[in-house]
Design a binder for this molecule. Structure first.
Ligand code: LLP
Length: 441
């Protein structure tokens, strides 16, 4: 049988086929894992997560001479074991809700290294975060500044903050994840003068300690120029504020967003080279502007965990509509991966048992929700004999999958199993119908 490379894309380094042709992830064949834990199943390669953290940490250390931070944007994947790993690797974190704060706290993560985001923090959120000792608030708007000042006064503390600003940069990614433009729901725009008003207000509030500024232009960004343009706007703002308000920013967080490879056509970003370029640019630009370079922070989410993840499914119904299309239904779908339904995101889906022959069939891989939009991917090459009981692996599912999973149709969420040194362990147990009904009264 002929096999084409195109149909058998080993897009990640932690993926291979063994001598029997079976797909292996993090050095482990996948069918025994499916037998042990059932499907659908989220798998994480622990070594890969750690390696990605280290890549970032070493890169920023070199590029900024030790004066830089890496914060894992935990919205990408949030569960206790991951926060433990972040703690062990010496990462900071970005949190966006009391749920993430609670989970990080439960993992023993030192919350003074946490940055609390969100465009709409309630008073209860503000108090909860302060109670848990969250180090920094990334403040979106004036109302939030007033709430922080008031609640900090009630608690007899002061709160370190960064102001989230919109630099007016279009990152050319999909609309739902583009956040740096002037009309974004996030942050205060530099262009409209609102950013400067926020600085004035923050400096006037006694319980607010202004540490600096933040921006995040978007997600799944491949164009490194985007970061340079954002850094340029932000540094110019730092210089402007130093001149007009005599305020020197100590920190500048330039957000996350580096893209990852879901399909072979997408490039693999060299994180170290990109950060080195950003480091050179920012150092030179700060010198030109005559300001000290603030301590720089990066906030990667996707590029830390995405290719450390893989989802395993079992095929059920295969429906052929002659002259139209073939549906391969799996035992998961938009409840464990809503990203095709939401963004049309491309994925690589491979059969576990063996390579796809040249003589293959193009299929739509779909889920089991009562909704036609419950599609994981269209135009997937599958062996013509694909059928009930076969295992499929969807690659690059470590980011924004478990964290975006839902219980639509009362479907329980899959477990999260970690792979380490040829062994596996459960990080999140499989949900059951009883868990789902537990809160019903
Ligand atoms: N910092 C801030 C303030 C953010 O809003 C985000 C992502 C990040 C950092 C991390 O960005 P990353 O490195 O992961 O690209 N659900 C969408 C992605 C939403 C991203 C939201 N913000 C998806 O599945 O593509």
């Amino acid at each position: 049988m002929l096999f084409t490379e195109q149909n058998n894309r080993m897009i990640c380094e932690n993926l291979a086929r063994n001598e029997d042709g079976e797909l292996c992830f993090a050095g482990m064949p996948l069918s025994p894992l499916a037998r042990q834990y059932g499907t659908p199943l989220y798998l994480y390669d622990e070594a890969r997560v750690r390696e990605r953290c280290r890549t970032y940490l070493v890169a920023v250390k070199e590029a900024f001479h030790g004066r830089a931070k890496v914060l894992y944007a935990s919205k990408a994947a949030s569960f206790r074991r991951l926060y433990e790993i972040m703690r062990e690797e010496g990462m900071g974190i970005d949190v966006v809700s009391c749920g993430e704060i609670y989970t990080a706290h439960a993992a023993g993560f030192p919350l003074e290294k946490a940055y609390f985001h969100s465009n709409n923090k309630t008073d209860a959120d503000v108090a909860y975060a302060m109670e848990h000792g969250v180090g920094y608030f990334v403040v979106d708007n004036a109302e939030e500044l007033y709430a922080i000042d008031r609640i900090a006064a009630e608690r007899g503390t002061t709160q370190k903050v960064l102001l989230r600003l919109t630099p007016g940069i279009d990152p050319h990614t999909y609309a739902a994840v583009s956040t740096g433009k002037v009309d974004s729901k996030f942050g205060s725009a530099i262009e409209t003068g609102q950013a400067e008003e926020m600085v004035r207000l923050a400096l006037s509030l006694p319980r607010v300690e202004l540490r600096g500024f933040h921006c995040h232009v978007g997600s799944q960004v491949f164009d490194s120029d985007v970061y340079l343009r954002a850094a340029d706007v932000m540094l110019s703002f730092v210089a402007h504020v130093a001149e007009t308000h005599g305020y020197t920013a100590a920190e500048l967080d330039i957000g996350g967003g580096y893209g990852v490879r879901y399909i072979e056509e997408q490039p693999t970003i060299d994180i170290a080279a990109n950060i080195a370029e950003v480091g050179r640019f920012m150092t030179a630009r700060a010198a030109e502007l005559g300001i000290a370079l603030p301590e720089v922070a990066f906030e990667p989410g996707r590029s830390i965990v995405a290719d450390a993840g893989l989802t395993l499914y079992t095929v059920g119904t295969v429906k052929r509509i002659p002259g139209y299309k073939t549906y391969v239904s799996v035992d998961g779908g938009m409840t464990d991966n809503p990203r095709f339904a939401l963004y049309g995101s491309p994925y690589t889906i491979l059969p576990v048992a063996g390579e796809v022959p040249e003589d293959c069939e193009l299929c739509s891989v779909v889920g089991r929700c009562c909704e036609s939009g419950d599609i994981l991917q269209e135009g997937v090459s599958m062996p013509a004999g694909i059928g009930r009981g076969d295992l499929l692996a969807c690659l690059t599912t470590g980011a924004y999958h478990y964290s975006m999973a839902s219980n639509y149709n009362r479907i329980p969420r899959p477990p999260v199993v970690m792979l380490r040194d040829g062994e596996s362990y459960v990080a999140v147990r499989r949900e059951t119908p009883e868990h789902l009904a537990a809160l019903d009264v």
